[in-house]
Design a protein around this ligand. Structure first.
Ligand SMILES: O=C(O)C[C@H]1C=CC(=O)O1
Length: 96
């Protein structure tokens, strides 16, 4: 199942910089692992924002929920999700 996900990161202004750096490094490691596994298909920065648009390809809504909750930055994110299905005019057979 495909999901379009918008993540906006809001780290507290008074967070210890070393803690913020560690969270970002841990997030990067997991994000790259999930991309290599094919679960996090695309990841784009939204220009001018500490936010991203992502495309997830996971088994179920529950799997998406579990994946997002594992993210080290999850406690500091606002997340918006749209479920996607194939458009009848799409020429891409992997749009499912
Ligand atoms: O920077 C972000 O958009 C938040 C998060 C998503 C992937 C990652 O490495 O950090």
């Amino acid at each position: 199942m495909l999901f379009h996900v918008k993540m906006t990161v809001r780290l507290p202004a008074d967070m210890d910089p070393a803690r913020a750096s560690q969270l970002k490094a841990d997030e990067r490691e997991l994000a790259q692992r999930l991309q290599r596994e094919g679960k996090w298909r695309h990841l784009w920065r939204i220009a001018g924002h500490y936010a991203n648009y992502s495309l997830f390809d996971v088994e179920s809504v529950e799997a998406l929920h579990d994946t997002l909750m594992q993210l080290p930055l999850f406690p500091y994110m606002d997340i918006e999700i749209d479920g996607l299905c194939r458009h009848p005019s799409s020429i891409h057979s992997d749009d499912r």
